[in-house]
Design a protein around this ligand. Structure first.
Ligand SMILES: *[C@@H]1O[C@H](CO)[C@@H](O)[C@H](O)[C@H]1NC(C)=O
Ligand SMILES: *[C@@H]1O[C@H](CO)[C@@H](O)[C@H](O)[C@H]1NC(C)=O
Ligand SMILES: *[C@@H]1O[C@H](CO)[C@@H](O)[C@H](O)[C@H]1NC(C)=O
Ligand SMILES: *[C@@H]1O[C@H](CO)[C@@H](O)[C@H](O)[C@H]1NC(C)=O
Length: 268
């Protein structure tokens, strides 16, 4: 508690300091790691924040959003960003919360966390930790599920080939599985500053029913996407570059992959 208060105070102090014109910017892989506050910027790196890379920021921001949802649902009206963010027990989340909350303002930030589509990539982009390339382009060129069938408990692999033709700033290659009730779960790799070229990823998933991954017998839709930004996000800086959908069916003791490739090329 004392530690996080100290950090918040030092962030606020840093904002005041930078407002006074002491505007030294850190550099991370040729990218400035700064957060903007109106016309002013604060150097995230020199604050000792751990999320100086886009990957770390998205990971911390994801946890921050998860924890803030609980806090906002249970605690009612907040007096300030400090009031809200100081309720997070993890001090890295604390910093992530302060940076984004001060950027958006308490009300808009609370809405962004609570809306149907909270987007950690978008939040890391607005505080200038993650790069944006609205010129990104690419295509999913091949998608297979291997093996094509097997008993419950088998580890299947969603193997995806994709081509990037114009660099991605911050994006995703995702594989989401949805059952007939539209309950879904999925996997993604974050793509940061990904140059043109041919890429391959293999997501393993075990067809073992669990609370988080209900592999009940039935038909599944697997949707694979390549995106600039967070696939499916309603927020700015998002482009769906390519989507491929497949069906597969899990019977009571075997899983059969009934391939029906439908390729939607959205890159135009
Ligand atoms: C994307 O990949 C699909 C499948 O290989 C292909 O049919 C389509 O022409 C490609 N689109 C572009 C824009 O390269
Ligand atoms: C997909 O990528 C893998 C690994 O680079 C490669 O071996 C395979 O031939 C590619 N498949 C297609 C259809 O491009
Ligand atoms: C498993 O599937 C096979 C073939 O569909 C079927 O003959 C068998 O009865 C099933 N076993 C169980 C335990 O459901
Ligand atoms: C998946 O299965 C449903 C129901 O059988 C069908 O309507 C849909 O077109 C299929 N989608 C794909 C991508 O094969």
């Amino acid at each position: 508690m004392n530690i996080s208060k100290t950090i918040l105070l030092s962030i606020i102090f840093a904002i005041l300091l930078f407002n006074a014109g002491n505007n030294v910017l850190a550099n991370n892989n040729d990218r400035q790691v700064v957060a903007r506050f109106g016309a002013d910027t604060v150097d995230v790196k020199s604050e000792g924040a751990p999320f100086t890379t886009c990957n770390d920021c998205v990971s911390i921001m994801t946890d921050t959003i998860d924890d803030l949802i609980g806090i906002l649902m249970n605690s009612g009206v907040m007096a300030s960003c400090n009031d809200l963010c100081s309720r997070l027990s993890n001090h890295y989340e604390n910093i992530a919360c302060m940076l984004t909350c001060v950027y958006f303002g308490l009300e808009e930030f609370s809405n962004l966390v609570l809306d149907a589509d909270p987007d950690p990539i978008f939040m890391c982009e607005v505080i200038d930790v993650c790069p944006v390339k609205m010129t990104a382009a690419g295509n999913i060129t091949n998608f297979d599920i291997v093996p094509s069938s097997g008993p419950v408990g088998t580890t299947f692999y969603a193997n995806i080939n994709y081509t990037i033709t114009s660099e991605i700033g911050t994006g995703q290659i995702v594989a989401n599985l949805y059952d007939t009730n539209n309950l879904g779960f999925g996997f993604y790799n974050l793509l940061v500053d990904t140059a043109p070229g041919d890429y391959y990823v293999s997501f393993p998933f075990q067809s073992q029913p669990s609370e988080m991954e209900p592999f009940n017998p039935g038909s599944f839709l697997i949707s694979v996407g390549l995106c600039e930004g967070f696939c499916g996000s309603i927020h700015k800086y998002t482009i769906i570059l390519s989507v491929v959908n497949d069906n597969f069916t899990i019977s009571s003791n075997t899983t059969t992959n009934q391939i029906g490739h439908t390729i939607y090329d959205l890159s135009m």
